[in-house]
Ligand binder design. Structure first.
Ligand SMILES: Cc1cc2nc3c(=O)[nH]c(=O)nc-3n(C[C@H](O)[C@H](O)[C@H](O)COP(=O)(O)OP(=O)(O)OC[C@H]3O[C@@H](n4cnc5c(N)ncnc54)[C@H](O)[C@@H]3O)c2cc1C
Length: 461
């Protein structure tokens, strides 16, 4: 039996970040990770001789400066600052993404811009009657932007009608949720977000890999390829039974796995009310389709956003265009994101069927034809939490149970049931480690303040 100061469940950004910070502060740490590598949803791997990510991943410039500095240090100069160069299909036209007002005016059909401007000028006449995604955005932006952009995109991403989605979704995910905010993001020099991003030369997963290496150098033990089967939550310690049968003990457990799954693993068993609430919380899944093309580059764009309903694909990225790296010439890879529900037809489709969906989606969007030389797929079962109307009540029940466990902390995207970016997950890890005092006590007040801050995170695309 192994006993450490800190057991960490999951080696995505939240788990790796926690191990990095806590081991640097001389804590003994064991990380338990189900997959064979670190990085979670932010991992990288190889397809066609190139490093690719699990969908388009960028490190956003709003990353906390201290965290950014640590990332720069562990990557030893490998973090590149890159200009954003995406495009979005709107009203049957391609326009630059992040959006710029000049492109909107020159590239969108005249009627579209005029109707959106009229919607903005009549904002004062509208107010949301219910706290739903549909009502909040319709009241904020008017029907033109909603019906042509946000609602079709939301149907594809979440598999729900906009009226079935909680208003919290709009607050967390839509940074430009009013004409004023949208205008601010469209003004010259601002775009709908900063015009650059950070990206490691060796793929996005290099961030988590380098932090994990630094944590190991400081003594952290990473157990990869093993799952937590049971989690015993005691008053003064915790024990995790692995699927290998081994039991690992620690003074504290920091879990970054889905809090819904954690509730089911717990001993003593969580109350029925908690288990029922956990069962009612849903995750959206995603199939990632990688097409290898025997051409040097497909286009100069890093990502193509496809909000319109003619294809189930929401975004296609070309990893080679995210970095100035050592990618082989004469070959490139496209990564298509296809949201779906676990077990549905898209989830169960064969590689060839999925490749056809992507090829047709590109053809229907007027993009250059593609002839893939091979196809690889990956599946993310828990890609995004689903904010169905009323989810807040269920989440509150599960979160209260988790908060009441004296030696447990749950955080990260899955641990707090949020859509957050990786820089938010790292910020949570930093805050958790900072709240662990040198005498081993945990500063619950500091953590409550940190949770307050996390609730103001807005997801960046
Ligand atoms: C398509 C897509 C695009 C994205 N784009 C961006 C982007 O551009 N920029 C950005 O910053 N973020 C982006 N994100 C978000 C980013 O991926 C997440 O914020 C980040 O990975 C969250 O880190 P985490 O550690 O909280 O969770 P995760 O990365 O989900 O890690 C959780 C880990 O727990 C492990 N685990 C689960 N159950 C068990 C168990 N029982 N036992 C042991 N281990 C277990 C999992 O295998 C996983 O490794 C994107 C996400 C998606 C899906």
């Amino acid at each position: 039996m192994v006993t450490v100061d800190l057991l960490v469940l999951g080696a995505g950004p939240a788990g790796v970040g926690a191990a990095y910070r806590a081991s640097a502060a001389s804590r003994s740490v064991t990380v338990i990770e189900r997959s064979g590598g670190v990085g979670g949803a932010s991992a990288s791997f190889e397809v066609g001789g190139q490093r690719v990510d699990l969908g388009s991943h960028r490190l956003h410039p709003s990353t906390d400066p201290d965290i950014l500095e640590h990332i720069q240090v562990v990557l030893a100069g490998g973090l590149q600052r890159r200009p954003r160069n995406g495009r979005i299909r709107l009203a049957g036209r391609w326009i630059a993404f992040p959006l710029r007002i000049s492109d909107l005016l020159t590239h969108l059909p005249l009627g579209f811009g005029a109707r959106a401007a009229l919607d903005a000028s009549t904002r004062f006449r509208r107010s949301a009657q219910q706290d739903t995604f549909a009502e909040l955005l319709r009241a904020g932006l008017g029907s033109t932007m909603c019906e042509r952009f946000y609602f079709p995109y939301a149907r594809k991403l979440w598999g729900l009608e906009p009226e079935e989605i909680s208003g919290e979704q709009a607050r967390r995910r839509v940074a430009a949720s009013s004409p004023g905010k949208m205008l601010m993001r469209l003004l010259p020099g601002r775009g709908s977000g900063p015009a650059f991003f950070y990206y490691p030369r060796e793929g996005f997963g290099a961030i988590a890999e380098s932090l994990a290496r630094a944590a190991m150098d400081a003594g952290a033990d990473f157990r990869l390829g093993v799952s937590a089967k049971r989690v015993e939550l005691r008053n003064d310690s915790v024990a995790v039974e692995l699927d290998s049968g081994e039991i690992v003990e620690g003074a504290r457990l920091w879990s970054t796995v889905p809090v819904t799954a954690l509730a089911r693993l717990a001993i003593p068993a969580a109350p029925d009310e908690v288990l029922e609430a956990a069962t009612s919380l849903e995750f959206r899944s995603m199939v990632l389709v990688y097409l290898v093309l025997d051409v040097d580059r497909y286009t100069e764009f890093d990502a193509h956003y496809l909000p319109e309903p003619y294809t189930p694909v929401t975004r296609i990225s070309e990893p080679k265009n995210y970095r100035d790296g050592d990618d082989p010439p004469g070959r490139t890879v496209l990564c298509a994101e296809v949201p779906c529900s676990f077990g549905d037809a898209m989830w169960a489709a064969t590689d060839d069927e999925l490749a056809r969906v992507v090829v047709e989606g590109l053809a229907d969007s007027g993009s250059p034809p593609v002839i893939p030389s091979s196809v690889t797929t990956k599946r993310l079962r828990q890609a995004y939490p689903v904010y169905r109307v009323g989810f807040e009540r269920s989440y509150e029940i599960v979160d209260r149970w988790a908060t009441e466990q004296p030696r447990l902390l749950t955080f990260g995207r899955q641990g707090l049931f949020v859509h957050d970016n990786s820089h938010h997950a790292y910020a949570m890890a930093w805050a958790a480690a900072d709240a662990l005092r040198p005498n081993g006590e945990f500063d619950s007040g500091a953590w409550r303040s940190a949770r307050e801050r996390f609730s103001r995170h807005v997801v960046e695309d």
